[in-house]
Design a protein around this ligand. Structure first.
Ligand code: HEM
Length: 149
């Protein structure tokens, strides 16, 4: 099993990066949809139904599968011998940041389900502020794995 992980390492890392790109694209775009849903569309009518459907599809078809794939390929990399030394700082900063990213993902899922029921208590500017969270976490995560402090 460990031999297989070592041989497959470049492929697993490639799939990890592809999953990360898909997850990030959805995490960046879903809050933008919610800004416009809140400020321009409201919670009733045909445009509301269209936005709720777009949010549902983005979350269920792209965001959640991409998050699961990122975790699976990321954990396979963790299990690959010689990749992670737990005495370094970067695995801990990266670990804490990906957990925070996952919490942000779960918050967005709850907001998406709220919109499906025609409920929303978050303002457009709050969604705009929340939109910065994945950007900051991404910067922290990428430099954790490239600089490897
Ligand atoms: C979800 C849980 C995640 C786990 C368990 C995980 C784990 C890992 C591990 C162990 C590596 C291998 C490092 C190496 O080859 O030296 C890696 C590579 C990488 N990860 Fe993740 N990762 C996760 C999420 C993310 C996220 C959310 C991002 C970006 C926002 C990300 C970006 C990267 C990049 C760019 C690399 C390639 C780094 C390089 O080869 O220099 N990862 N990941």
């Amino acid at each position: 099993m460990t031999d297989l992980l070592i041989t497959a390492y470049p492929w697993i890392k490639g799939f990890h990066i592809i999953s990360v790109i898909s997850w990030m694209a959805a995490l960046f775009y879903l809050p933008r949809l919610m800004v416009h849903h809140t400020e321009q569309v409201g919670l009733s009518g045909d445009t509301h139904k269209l936005f709720a459907m777009m949010e549902f599809k983005l979350a269920k078809v792209i965001m959640s599968p991409a998050m699961m794939a990122t975790w699976v390929f990321g954990l396979l990399l963790v299990a690959t011998p010689g990749i992670v030394y737990w005495g370094d700082i970067w695995p801990w900063t990266k670990g804490a940041s990906v957990i925070a990213m996952t919490v942000f993902h779960l918050w967005l899922m709850r907001r998406m389900k709220g919109f499906q029921r025609g409920e929303n208590t978050v303002t457009g500017s709050q969604y705009r502020m929340m939109n910065e969270v994945p950007t900051l976490l991404m910067i922290f995560i990428v430099f954790s794995v490239t600089v490897k402090f």
